[in-house]
Every structure is written in structure tokens, then in C-alpha cells.
Design a protein around this ligand. Sequence first.
Ligand SMILES: CC(C)(COP(=O)(O)OP(=O)(O)OC[C@H]1O[C@@H](n2cnc3c(N)ncnc32)[C@H](O)[C@@H]1OP(=O)(O)O)[C@@H](O)C(=O)NCCC(=O)NCCS
Length: 190
Amino acid sequence: MLKYLRDDINAAMTRDPAAKSRLQVVLFYPGFHALLFHRVAHALHRRGWFWLPQLFAWFGRLVSGVEIHPGATIGKGMFIDHGMGSVVGATAIIGDNVTMYHGVTLGGRGFDRLGRRHPAIGDGALLGAACIILGPISIGDGAKIGAGAVVLESVPPGETAVGAPARLVPVKTPEVARSGGGRCISMEDV
Ligand SMILES: CC(C)(COP(=O)(O)OP(=O)(O)OC[C@H]1O[C@@H](n2cnc3c(N)ncnc32)[C@H](O)[C@@H]1OP(=O)(O)O)[C@@H](O)C(=O)NCCC(=O)NCCS
């Protein structure tokens, strides 16, 4: 767990130009506090405890304004910038090195065959401020979700989704970009 927390601190140091020292991250970054409480809550949750993980999650929300269910799985090197008002559901899975801003919802919308209700976020994804991602869908590795987007369908790796409901931003090859056009990818391609 200490290694995970060290990676979380390093993630803030490398991804936030405003971060000046590790001590500053530990003392004053609510996103780090949310992860600190969550990592303890999740470890206890995995051991089958119920009340103590709930208590840690409640304290985490109290100090950071980020509500993460103890059941949510979060990989290493997560950076939650600001975080306030974010909600991460019980069956959400977040990969390694994900960046998440404030007001993000990883929420439920129906069940998949395995009983999952919440999204799975791939490694290195970016979740913009106030984006809402609902249901047991996948956000691919390295995908970017724009601020304010409402995402109801899976997003392929490396793509950018913006708007409500979300649409994929056209991928522009250097040649196409030079000519001012772009290639549109439909959500149905996912
Ligand atoms: C989605 C995002 C990652 C795209 O960044 P990018 O890859 O550099 O893409 P661009 O800025 O070139 O934008 C590509 C297109 O998407 C549009 N777009 C970008 N962000 C958008 C958003 N949040 N909502 C709607 N449209 C958006 C742009 O207008 C542009 O459209 P165009 O091709 O028709 O001109 C970025 O705009 C974003 O929203 N980041 C989140 C930042 C954030 O939450 N900051 C909070 C700090 S406190």
C-alpha cells in the first residue's frame, strides 16, 4: 500500500505543474487524501470487513469531498486534481496512471453479465472536470474524456470523447489536418 501511495504522490508531482514538493502534496492535496483513505478502505473491504471500510470512506469524503466506494478498484499512480464533488461507484475499476479532475461521476446505469454497474477506466486515461461516465462501459487506455462530457458508451483506446452525449473527436492525420478536414469515428465503431 505504501508503494501505491508513493506512486500517487509522484503522479501529483509529475502531472501538476503547481506541485512544488511531496510534503505539499501530502499535506494539502485533497485528491491524495481521498486516495489515502480509499486505499485503506479497499484493503479492508477485500478482507471481507464491512463497517470499518465504510468509516474510512466516510472520513475520506469528509476531508476531500471525493466519495469513493470501498469496493472500487484503483490502480497505481492515480492523480485526482481537486477532486471535490467526484463520485466513484462500488464496481468501478480504474487502471494505472489515470488523471481525474473534480466533479467526475463514475456511476451506475444497469448491470453487465458479471453484475458490474460502473465503468472500467483504462491505464493513462484522463477524465475531465465534471464528466459523467455511466454504466458498465470501458474507457480505453490513454483515452481522454472532455470536461462536462456525458459518456454512455465505451470509448476506444487513445480516443477523445467530448459533449453530452459524448461524441468522439475526429482523428486528424497530419495530411488531413493540413487540408482542414478530419476522420469521424462513430461510437458504433467501438
Ligand atoms: C477533451 C480534451 C482532453 C481535449 O483536449 P485536446 O486533445 O487537446 O483536443 P482539442 O483541444 O484540440 O479539442 C478537439 C476538439 O474537441 C473540442 N473540445 C475540447 N474539449 C471539449 C469539451 N470539454 N467539451 C466540448 N468540446 C470540447 C474542441 O473544441 C475541438 O473541436 P474542433 O475540432 O471542432 O475544433 C480537453 O479539451 C479537456 O476537456 N480536458 C479536461 C481539462 C479539465 O477538466 N481541466 C480542469 C482543470 S481544473
